[in-house]
Ligand binder design. Structure first.
Ligand SMILES: *Cc1c(COP(=O)(O)O)cnc(C)c1O
Length: 482
């Protein structure tokens, strides 16, 4: 199509000349009303951009706006959209249909209802964070969780910090700065790129003494490495990998016995921090915090947001003689836990006082222990919602519920995937990879896996309330096959 020439008498130029001024747009009630929330300078900029968009539209489509009022209405609408976009939070909820319960990129553990409520209350109120209400004197922020931690783990004392990496750092710095720490070569773990045992060791000022080999470390390897410079025997749980085959690992019991003989404390970094045995639900064996404590480990550290199912936090439990000096370490001030985390952690730990309640109420535990039959039913429910919600494209869609398996994630239980059922979707016109990408750009974004040219939606990590939004996002993703 040939564009009309821009001579002065063309209707386009008339239209362009009649474009309202920026000031006029700003005086429109729809825009003036936004002045309370959006700085005028920004609105001016948005009005200019909106008018520019309209100018271009008129150039290519002269009859688009029959009269001036249509132009004004369009400008107001464009500004409104820009304000909404600007106001949209960067950190936002996403729907996790990957089935990975502890997805590091999606923020690991989802909090229980009681934890969420506790956070909300602590956020909006003053709290007795560091006030002893009975005496009216200064209290410790740790007082709110220490009793719970000792009850649940059987340890004498406890301390909480920002995350488990911080827990390792503060423990090593307190117990072994300027001295030696003995670790097996098979346990020099790296977690998610940023936490590496040797590097944290270096930051703490302790010197790493590696013993044994990658696959085998015997008690005698530790024993031979003990000198007058030794401060600590450290065992690190290989939480995100397993060494299998021709292997030997020294047990925590053996290390504790050695520690007692040589007068050395023993520390175990458990990583995951499992507080309940999940083997009856078919999950792989994973060391329990309580077992490490009762075996005699002097200090045990673990994460709050892995298998424990709470907020990001590092938890230290153990003997008072070792924990007490950590509370005086100046590093603690830099690594300390904040009140919102503390509120969520206390509420999560409270659930563990009744294990049955913990399994029900803590989403991580609940999702990990969902019976296969329930997963299958949920997959069917999602599948039928999709069939109902996406009428018309039905003939292009192939939807099936199929058995699958998913990793636990978050650097936990690495060697085994857990069985599940997924909704497998194939669209005749849209490749699965493209569908997954479009889903990720929806609001709310939906994260799903792709396998064998099919989009896989795992119901394990999708709550019932999320299903309608998931289906709506899927429908929008299929609307525009580009
Ligand atoms: C995950 C993990 C860490 C780090 O914990 P964060 O809470 O992520 O800081 C440290 N050690 C081990 C063994 C881990 O598995």
């Amino acid at each position: 199509m040939k564009r009309p020439l821009p001579d002065n008498k063309s209707p386009i130029n008339d239209k362009l000349r009649s474009l309202p001024a920026v000031d006029a747009i700003l005086r429109e009630p729809g825009v003036a009303g936004m002045m309370a929330q959006v700085p005028r300078r920004l609105l001016v900029e948005m009005a200019r951009e909106a008018l520019e968009v309209i100018r271009e539209r008129i150039s290519s489509e002269p009859d688009r706006y029959p009269d001036r009022q249509d132009i004004v209405a369009e400008a107001v609408e464009l500004i409104r959209q820009k304000v909404v976009e600007k106001g949209e939070r960067s950190l936002k909820p996403v729907i996790n249909a990957t089935g990975v319960v502890l997805h590091t990129n999606l923020g690991r553990a989802r909090l229980s209802e009681s934890a969420r409520y506790a956070v909300m209350e602590a956020a909006g109120s003053y709290t007795n964070l560091e006030l002893d209400l009975s005496s009216g004197t200064r209290g410790s922020r740790y007082q709110h969780v220490v009793k719970l931690l000792t009850m649940i783990t059987g340890a004498e004392d406890g301390l909480v910090v920002n995350n488990n990496a911080a827990a390792v750092l503060v423990a090593l710095s307190t117990l072994a700065k300027g001295r030696e720490v003995i670790v097996s070569r098979g346990q020099l773990v790296e977690i998610g790129g940023s936490f590496r045992v040797p590097e944290v060791m270096q930051q703490s000022g302790a010197q790493l003494i590696e013993v044994g080999t990658t696959n085998k470390t015997y008690l005698r390897d530790y024993e031979q490495a003990v000198t007058e410079h030794t401060a600590l025997l450290l065992k690190v749980h290989t939480s995100n990998y397993r060494i299998i085959g021709f292997t030997h690992e020294t047990s925590i019991d053996e290390l504790v016995a050695l520690g007692e003989r040589r007068g050395l404390p023993v520390m175990e970094d458990l990583g995951s921090g499992l507080l309940l045995n999940l083997q009856p639900w078919g999950l792989p064996e994973e060391p329990l915090v309580r077992d490490s404590v009762s075996a005699g480990a002097d200090v045990v550290v673990f994460s709050g947001d892995k298998l424990l199912g709470g907020p990001q936090a590092g938890i230290i439990v153990g003997r008072r003689e070792y924990i007490e000096p950590m509370k005086k370490n100046p590093l603690l001030r830099a690594l300390r836990i904040d009140k919102l985390t503390l509120a969520a952690l206390e509420a999560t730990l409270r659930e563990y006082l009744d294990p049955q309640q913990a399994l029900e109420n803590i989403p991580t535990l609940r999702m990990l222990t969902l019976p296969p039959e329930e997963l299958r039913q949920r997959a069917e429910t999602i599948g039928s919602h999709i069939r109902q919600g996406i009428e018309g494209v039905d003939d292009k869609l192939e939807i099936a519920v199929v058995p699958e398996s998913s990793p636990v994630g978050g650097g936990a239980m690495p060697a085994r995937e857990i069985p599940t059922f997924v909704v497998a979707i194939r669209h005749a016109a849209i490749p699965a990879m493209e569908l997954a990408e479009t889903l990720r750009r929806q609001n709310p974004p939906v994260l799903a896996r792709v396998k064998e040219e099919r989009l896989m939606l795992d119901p394990r990590t999708v709550s019932l309330e999320e299903i309608p939004r998931l289906v709506a996002a899927l429908r929008r993703s299929m609307d525009k096959p580009n």
